[in-house]
Design a protein around this ligand. Structure first.
Ligand SMILES: Nc1ncnc2c1ncn2[C@@H]1O[C@H](COP(=O)(O)OP(=O)(O)OP(=O)(O)O)[C@@H](O)[C@H]1O
Length: 607
């Protein structure tokens, strides 16, 4: 599998992708605004320090030419200015770092929260479609990529504009022509070069983002399946393929670095030309002999230039250039920010699969009768359930059988609204399922899917997910009734113990029963269990069935199973074949009808 390349026709994301993040910045305008202000103060202090020091040195040299000039020269005021500016620069830089980083971290926290808010309503099916690794990348790397937007792009750009204006104004007070050259040279350096870096690098930025995200997602996925790769001797080939992808990413980074070097060369050349132009013109405008007292320099505006000012001009330009130097790299990174923003916007734009009505518009079911009518469900182009009709009276127990792939789990997914039907209706207590608000729907069904996920929390907390009020004694009793008593007794910390990630410290059968316990502890009136006895020996399976039927006394139950165990204890049996509900029988009709019995036997023998 090669990394996805960006199609040649793909357009780089536009600046408009950033608008949600710029809007988000308003929430943190205090920190971000103070950060920007301190960055400006630091810049002005740094430029002023350089310019004043340059002027001070040359003025001191000129003052030393004659005794009269030395006596008239005021050393103290400029020296105090230099000290003051140096202190302001240091304090400003410190404050700027603290506030801009604080602002950025707060901004990222809001961004992550917004993203979680967008992902949270997605149904598990929609999340699966998005891909775990891909989502992890978007939540991690893409959000991180946006951290440079404020600190590395917006603030330096603002500071650069102010630096150009400050240097232009300072020089313009004494020599307008030199100020014009300065502003032109600096504007080209700070505007044209970063713009070129952004435009020429945007395609590489997209490819880099796509390649990095693909590599991350693939690495995560392959690590999850490492066992299979080792067993089938494929991990060396996988490593080689991952290394190839990494090399591709390195190639893109090298190309970005070359472009960066070119931009640096170009901006330094423009700086050199600006300095040379100002120096040359300045020398041409200079008085033949500079003997003016310090306080008189402004008197020369529009006339011959005071030579001491030339050093001030050149150092002011150098000071301003310090603010422009990081721009090409920052704007080259803007492409990365835009790609990341576009990908995050896409996650947020994905409409959540199930839409629930507002609490006020939601209907309230009367009783818990479940009526499925003429249901058609497809996964993509594959029709899975066809014209399925089924009803379940409150308290009725139904065992749902059917060959693998016949659509049993899909039916449970549709009942839980993890997947939307193409047509047909489902009513609970006389109310269409889609008219129930989410809280009522979730409180109506207790579901144990085929895969049980244990969270990184104590066993007790994992069980209380379904029944927050349940006492320890209730939890222990439930685990014991499902045959997990011995397992619990072996846990050094009992219910307070923690499972390994995802529940890997439990065997497949134990994990399945843990999920069943969670569903049975829920007080929901309808229980949906997907193959609760899968992977269990006969004795354990019979025990689990007994526990399920006891816990579901008075509650409705749909239990998917491939095992012929305990079927006679169910009020009704249903058989799904190729998406159609072939039979809906009672154990009595099952015994009486040999054709149906054969069908059941064929289905259950597949297990
Ligand atoms: N997310 C999905 N995307 C595409 N097809 C799917 C998806 N989930 C299930 N299917 C397909 O739908 C069909 C029914 O799957 P389902 O899991 O409902 O069957 P099942 O009867 O529960 O099977 P089993 O007894 O093996 O668990 C299968 O052909 C399966 O490949």
């Amino acid at each position: 599998m090669t990394p996805p390349d960006v199609p040649p026709t793909a357009r780089p994301p536009s600046l408009g992708e950033l608008s949600p993040y710029l809007a988000l910045m308003r929430e943190h305008r205090g920190w971000l605004g103070v950060g920007a202000l301190l960055a400006l103060i630091t810049l002005l202090a740094a430029t002023g320090l350089l310019a004043l020091s340059g002027w001070f040195l040359s003025a001191t040299a000129v003052a030393g030419v004659s005794v009269a000039a030395t006596q008239a020269f005021n050393f103290f005021t400029p020296a105090a200015g230099v000290r003051g500016l140096a202190l302001a620069r240091t304090a400003g830089r410190y404050g700027e770092r603290v506030t801009t980083h604080e602002g950025t971290l707060r901004l990222l926290a809001s961004l992550r929260r917004r993203l979680f808010d967008a992902i949270e309503p997605l149904s598990p099916a929609a999340l699966q479609r998005a891909g775990q690794g891909e989502l992890m990348t978007r939540l991690g790397a893409d959000v991180d990529a946006l951290d440079s937007l404020y600190v590395r792009v917006l603030i330096p750009s603002l500071v650069a504009v102010c630096a150009i204006l400050a240097a232009g104004t300072l020089i313009g007070v004494f020599a307008p022509t030199l100020a014009l050259i300065t502003v032109l040279g600096l504007a080209l350096t700070g505007g044209l070069v970063p713009w070129l870096a952004w435009h020429l690098g945007s395609r590489d930025a997209m490819r880099h983002q796509a390649s990095a995200s693909h590599l991350r997602a693939r690495l995560l996925e392959r690590l999850q399946g490492l066992g299979e790769l080792v067993i089938y001797g494929r991990w060396q080939a996988e490593l080689a393929s991952l290394a190839e992808q990494q090399a591709e990413r390195d190639r893109i980074e090298r190309s970005q670095a070359r472009r960066q070097a070119l931009a640096t060369w170009l901006s330094h050349t423009l700086l050199g030309l600006t300095l040379a132009g100002v120096a040359l013109l300045g020398v041409m405008q200079m008085a033949p002999q500079t003997q003016t007292a310090v306080g008189d320099v402004t008197a020369h505006a529009g006339e011959l230039l005071d030579g001491r000012l030339l050093a001030l001009f050149l150092l002011a330009i150098l000071g301003a250039f310090e603010a422009l130097a990081p721009l090409p790299l920052a704007w080259q990174g803007l492409g990365r920010c835009l790609s990341a923003a576009a990908r995050l916007n896409q996650v947020q734009a994905d409409t959540p699969a199930p839409q629930f009505p507002e609490d006020s518009a939601a209907a309230t079911p009367v009783g818990h009768e479940l009526v499925v009518h003429d249901l058609n469900v497809a996964h993509g182009d594959t029709q899975v359930l066809e014209q399925l009709s089924l009803s379940l009276a409150p308290g009725e127990h139904l065992a749902l059988l059917g060959p693998s792939g016949s659509g049993k789990s899909t039916l449970l997914e549709v009942l839980s609204r993890f997947h939307a039907p193409n047509s047909g209706s489902i009513h609970l207590g006389g109310v269409a399922l889609e008219s129930l608000d989410e809280a009522t729907l979730r409180a109506s069904f207790a579901v144990c899917p085929q895969d049980t996920h244990l969270f990184c929390a104590s066993y007790a907390d994992n069980l209380r997910l379904a029944a927050p009020e349940a006492s320890d004694a209730t939890l222990i009793h439930m685990l014991e009734s499902l045959g997990l008593g011995e397992w619990l007794a072996r846990q050094p910390q009992g219910l307070a113990g923690f499972p390994d990630e995802g529940g890997r410290s439990l065997s497949g059968g134990q994990l399945r029963r843990f999920g069943v316990a969670r569903a049975l502890l829920s007080p929901a009136p309808i229980v949906l269990l997907d193959e609760p006895c899968e992977g269990l020996d006969r004795e354990s399976a019979e025990r689990v069935i007994s526990a399920i039927l006891t816990a579901c006394r008075g509650r409705s139950l749909i239990m998917i199973t491939h095992q012929p165990l305990g079927l006679e204890r169910f009020a009704r049996l249903a058989l799904l074949e190729e998406g159609r509900l072939k039979e809906d029988a009672t154990p009595t009709t099952l015994q009486a009808d040999s054709r149906l019995a054969r069908l059941m036997a064929r289905t259950t023998n597949q297990a």
